[in-house]
Ligand binder design. Structure first.
Ligand code: C2O
Ligand code: CU
Ligand code: CU
Length: 516
């Protein structure tokens, strides 16, 4: 018997080996297939057949207290995002995205945010310096049928900010479905505002870039592509909600206010002919001086204002080339690091109206009184989906900051996935990146900073107003999937010597009404 057993064992062994080989080949084939389909490249394929939609400037009125009042209503609608295909979308005061809010430094604003959706949402004013109760984070849900009316004084330099929902765990979906818009701040005291292109929709253009995935019948697909660790990456780009957009340019210079309102994708914007342009602004306003460059990388939520020179009758395409997102070869491939897109075609008229040259000085350099070698006050280590080992807890205050202080925060990506770190309420000064002085594109005010794997940034900011021990501001990864998965923490600003209180919820002391 033992003699006959040996061939049987051998046979089984060989079968197992064969099975193993087949399985390994299958896995390999699958990985090869995933690898080759992961890359998106639309360069040269885009036909640019639709005029770029320009979000309307929001109407406003001055109430009897002298406040500028806006109305924003979130509701579901239908948009033709892809030609000929109706898509269910969400928008503010319309079917998709929202109007551009615009206010001046010094003005008191009120925004009546009304929710006509079937679910709870919220609206956060990204980049705005304002009281925590007006910030619109996860502690201020707006229920269906409810109107929330935050008010605050605009008190920061001219900038391209934006607004979007922030409901805990659902931010990605709400933004992806279309709830987002720009909030442009002007500064009446700026000496350069008139010398930069500033005619909205003519030579001063919002460029809100978002990637989408559509299923066969035009509906938006949600959920991760395989192997992506950053979140949803779409194959089709929309600019201001327009697919395949072109813009007719009638001036020698055009200013583009680029906003990466995508949920996870990082872009590296530049032009099809490699031309250089002037980078004039970042998240929190104008740079100290223009930076001449041929590309600008933007991670989710970051903004860049650029000015491009046009030739009469000349066309050029704004593109995104493979962004440097760091990490290993798989991480780069599966998180959009190999992707290229045609974004927007600029078509210059045969005769262009003259535009003045760009001033060589634009704004004061950020100065919060912290030297590049200032000691670190707080450290934030981003790893997995947590910050300093903690996952977001609405009832836990993670950090308590005293009013009137300047703080240096060191933020480290201790992990192989890219992240982007955003802080509410303040604009910060980037002191260093990986121990080096920051590149010129980070020379202005920032509220969000991209952190490739293993990068460390030191940022400094001043906490000048709005103590409120019970209402936290957020800091978080702005890859919205990560944020929703808990990569977020809370800080309160308190009077010197005070302690953090207990996070309150919805009780914001402002006028709001339930009428359903
Ligand atoms: Cu753009 Cu906490 O958000
Ligand atoms: Cu924000
Ligand atoms: Cu992240």
């Amino acid at each position: 018997m033992p003699k006959n057993n040996r061939p049987a064992v051998l046979r089984w062994f060989l079968r197992l080996v064969a099975l193993g080989v087949v399985a390994a080949l299958g896995v390999l084939g699958f990985v090869a297939w995933a690898w080759s389909t992961a890359r998106v490249d639309t360069v040269g394929e885009m036909r640019f057949e639709r005029p770029l939609a320009i979000p309307p400037l929001a109407e406003s009125r001055i109430d009897d207290e002298g406040r500028r009042v806006f109305d924003l209503t979130a509701a579901e609608g239908t948009s033709e995002l892809l030609p000929g295909e109706p898509t269910t979308t969400w928008g503010f005061n319309g079917d998709y995205l929202g109007p551009t809010l615009r206010a001046e430094r010094g003005e008191q604003v009120v925004v009546n945010v009304r929710n006509e959706l079937d679910e709870t949402t919220s609206v956060h004013w990204h980049g705005m310096h304002l009281p925590a109760k007006a910030d619109g984070g996860p502690h201020r849900p707006v229920e269906p049928g409810e109107t929330w009316s935050p008010t605050w004084r605009i008190d920061q330099p001219a900038a391209s900010l934006w607004y979007h929902p922030h409901p805990h765990g659902e931010t990605e979906q709400h933004v992806y479905r279309g709830l987002a818009g720009m909030f442009i701040l002007d500064d009446p005291d700026s000496e350069v505002a008139d010398r930069l292109p500033h005619e909205y929709g003519v030579d001063d253009i919002p460029v809100i870039v978002q990637d989408k995935r559509f299923d066969g019948d035009g509906d938006l697909r949600e959920g991760n592509p395989m192997f992506s660790s950053t979140g949803l990456l779409g194959e089709d780009l929309l600019v201001n909600g327009t697919y395949g957009p072109y813009l007719d340019v009638e001036t020698e210079r055009v200013r583009l206010r680029l906003l990466n309102a995508s949920t996870a994708r990082v872009y590296d914007f530049g032009f099809s002919d490699g031309r250089t342009f002037s980078l004039i602004g970042s998240d929190g306003g104008l740079l100290p001086r223009p930076v001449r460059t041929d590309h600008v990388r933007l991670s989710p939520a970051e903004r860049a204002e650029i000015v491009v020179e046009m030739e009469p009758g000349g066309d050029v395409v704004l593109m995104s080339t493979p962004p440097d997102i760091g990490g290993d070869i798989f991480g780069r491939r599966f998180n959009g690091g190999a992707d290229r897109f045609d974004v927007l075609e600029l078509r210059a008229a045969e005769r262009l109206r003259p535009s003045p040259p760009i001033p060589s000085r634009l704004a004061e350099a950020p100065d919060v009184g912290a030297r590049p070698d200032a000691p670190t006050d707080r450290t934030f280590s981003l790893s997995g989906r947590s910050i300093n080992g903690e996952s977001m807890d609405m009832s836990r205050i993670d950090e308590t900051v005293e009013l009137g202080t300047t703080e240096v925060w060191e933020v480290e990506n201790s992990h192989g996935t890219p992240h982007s770190f955003h802080i509410h309420d303040v604009q910060f000064d980037v002191l260093s990146v990986d121990g080096e002085s920051p590149p010129p594109e980070l020379s202005g005010w920032k509220d969000t900073i991209f952190l490739p794997p293993h990068a460390t940034a030191k940022v400094a900011m001043r906490f000048t107003d709005y103590a409120d021990p019970d209402t936290p501001y957020m800091y978080h990864c702005h890859l919205l999937k990560h944020e929703d998965q808990g990569m977020m923490g809370q800080f309160v600003v308190v009077e010197p010597g005070d302690e953090a209180g207990t996070p309150d919820h919805t009780d914001d002391g402002h006028d709001h009404d339930h009428d359903h």
